[in-house]
Design a protein around this ligand. Structure first.
Ligand code: 5GP
Length: 125
């Protein structure tokens, strides 16, 4: 069920629980402000989720309210994770779903990194 990205941050969402260590994840890498882990239900040979460690519901929230340090860290980290996982040469896709029409299910900002195979058209018609 897509979430309403205008609602306040839910500190008990599934990615908040991963950040608190209450549930496990398959970690790829992390920095002071960001964490990357494998998606539990991969849609491509490489499907990594990259999240800020701060409490941001969506890209809208993050881009408007995160600190410059968090935004810098996250932006560079998304690129580094893609490079480190061999995505760049053949190309890859990054995607952030936002709110109801975007189909966002988890109310903590996450960027999907897809790679490892041809990814097809951007959206199905
Ligand atoms: P959204 O639709 O919100 O953009 O994507 C949420 C993503 O989170 C989905 O691809 C889903 O498979 C993934 N996901 C949901 N719960 C968990 C979990 O507990 N662990 C991991 N690693 N991924 C999860």
């Amino acid at each position: 069920m897509p979430i309403d990205a205008t609602k306040p941050y839910d500190p008990d969402n599934i990615f908040a629980k991963i950040l608190k260590g209450e549930i496990p994840c398959s970690k790829v890498d992390e920095t002071a402000h960001s964490l990357a882990f494998h998606d539990i239900n991969p849609l491509a040979p490489i499907h990594i989720l990259v999240i800020p460690k701060g409490h941001y519901v969506s890209w809208d929230d993050f881009s408007a309210t995160a600190s410059d340090a968090e935004i810098l860290d996250f932006t560079r980290f998304v690129g580094k994770v893609a490079r480190d996982n061999g995505c760049v040469e053949q190309g890859y896709r990054m995607l952030a779903n936002i709110g109801k029409r975007g189909g966002q299910e988890v109310p903590h900002l996450h960027v999907h990194l897809f790679g490892g195979a041809p990814l097809g058209p951007m959206l199905a018609r």
